[in-house]
Write a protein of this length. Structure first.
Length: 239
C-alpha cells in the first residue's frame, strides 16, 4: 500500500471540493481518498470524483446495511478517519463546516478521534477540519472559493464538479442535501435549478428561526426563487 503524510477525506460534495483547493493553496498538500461505502448515492459520487480530482477509491468498507431511510450512516467520519490512518498519515483532513449538524463532525469529536487513532498506532495522527477550526460556514467557504477562482469559474466548478443528493441519481432538487447546496450557491448569485420538494421546503421554513439571520434569509430567498408561496410556517409550491 502506498503511504502519504496527509490525506483528505473526499466525498465529491462542496465542502471537500473547496477544502482540496484550500489546502493546496496554502501548500499543505494531501492525497484525496474516497471511501465507497456501498450507499445508494455512491455510484454517482464516484462518477463525479473520478472526473475531477481523481482520488484513491478505497473499497475497504461496505456499510449499505447501516444506511437508514434518510441516507444517514452512523459513525461515518470516525470510520473514514480510521481508514485513512492506514495510509501511514500524520494528518487527516475532513471537509466539515461550522453550521454542519452532524454529531461526528465537530471539533471535540475530531480531538477524540485524534486520541483514539494516535494511541492505537503509537504515533500522533491529527484529525482536523480546517473550516470548522476557522469557524467558517458553508457560505463562508463558497465566498472564499469565489474570491479564489472568480465568480464565473467558481460557479462552473461547483455546479459541474460536485454532487450533493440523497437520491443516487441526478440531483433530485427535492432532498435536504440538494436544498443546502443550491440555496447556498443561489445566495451568491449563481444560476441554479429551482427546488421542488414541498416537505423539505416546509421543514426548512419551520426551522428557520433557529438559524442565524444570514441563513434564514438564504432559506427564504431560495424558496421564493423556487416559486414557493410562504404562509407563516407553511411553504406551498405555486403550480
Amino acid at each position: 500500500m502506498r503511504t502519504f503524510n496527509k490525506v483528505l477525506l473526499f466525498s465529491g460534495g462542496i465542502d471537500s471540493y473547496i477544502l482540496y483547493h484550500f489546502i493546496k493553496k496554502w501548500g499543505w498538500g494531501a492525497q484525496s481518498v474516497y471511501f465507497n461505502l456501498g450507499h445508494k448515492y455512491a455510484r454517482k459520487e464516484m462518477d463525479i470524483v473520478k472526473k475531477t480530482l481523481n482520488p484513491i477509491i478505497d473499497e475497504s468498507f461496505n456499510l449499505e446495511r447501516w444506511e437508514d431511510i434518510n441516507s444517514h450512516i452512523p459513525f461515518r467520519n470516525l470510520l473514514f478517519a480510521m481508514g485513512a490512518s492506514v495510509y501511514g498519515v500524520d494528518e487527516v483532513f475532513i471537509g466539515g463546516v461550522k453550521d454542519d449538524n452532524v454529531y461526528d463532525n465537530k471539533r471535540p469529536v475530531h480531538d477524540e478521534m485524534t486520541g483514539i487513532i494516535s494511541r492505537h498506532l503509537d504515533k500522533y495522527v491529527k484529525v482536523t477540519a480546517p473550516f470548522i477550526d476557522a469557524g467558517m460556514t458553508k457560505a463562508d467557504i463558497v465566498h472564499w472559493f469565489i474570491r479564489y477562482r472568480g465568480q464565473e469559474q467558481a460557479q462552473k466548478e461547483l455546479l459541474e464538479n460536485t454532487y450533493s443528493c440523497f437520491s443516487g441519481d441526478e440531483e433530485c432538487m427535492e432532498c435536504k442535501a440538494c436544498f443546502r447546496k443550491f440555496s447556498t450557491l443561489y445566495s451568491f448569485g449563481m444560476a441554479v435549478p429551482k427546488f421542488k420538494g414541498e416537505d423539505v421546503a416546509h421543514a426548512y421554513l419551520t426551522a428557520r428561526f433557529s438559524y442565524p439571520p444570514h441563513r434564514e434569509n438564504m432559506i427564504l430567498n431560495y424558496l421564493a426563487y423556487s416559486g414557493f408561496e410562504l404562509y407563516g410556517k407553511t411553504a406551498q409550491k405555486i403550480t
